[in-house]
Design a protein. Structure first.
Length: 94
């Protein structure tokens, strides 16, 4: 989380329709929100949540090196390992 605190805010916190912030007491959810407002929009939304518009946030956003690069929506839902932006998901064998 310390890495995220040093980054500039790039966007306002906006949630997809029907989403709310009532259950944001866990630090994981707070960190996912920080990732969304401070991260970079991925050129291709992840197929786990974002491509179908089912993510917590309207854009698929990640911060390289934070949560393995998983997007904020997958991170929020504790599904970082299923996110294709997670560097552990994209292991290539040469």
């Amino acid at each position: 989380m310390a890495t995220m605190l040093t980054l500039w805010m790039k966007r306002q916190l906006v949630l997809n329709k029907g989403q709310n912030v009532k259950s944001w007491t866990q630090s994981l959810k707070f960190e996912a929100g920080l990732c969304y407002i401070k991260g970079t929009v991925n050129p291709r939304p992840c197929s786990n949540k974002c491509a179908q518009g089912q993510g917590k946030f309207p854009e698929c956003v990640s911060i390289p090196g934070v949560c393995g690069g998983a997007c904020a929506s997958c991170w929020f839902e504790s599904e970082a390992k299923e996110c294709e932006h997670n560097c552990k998901f994209n292991i290539s064998i040469f």
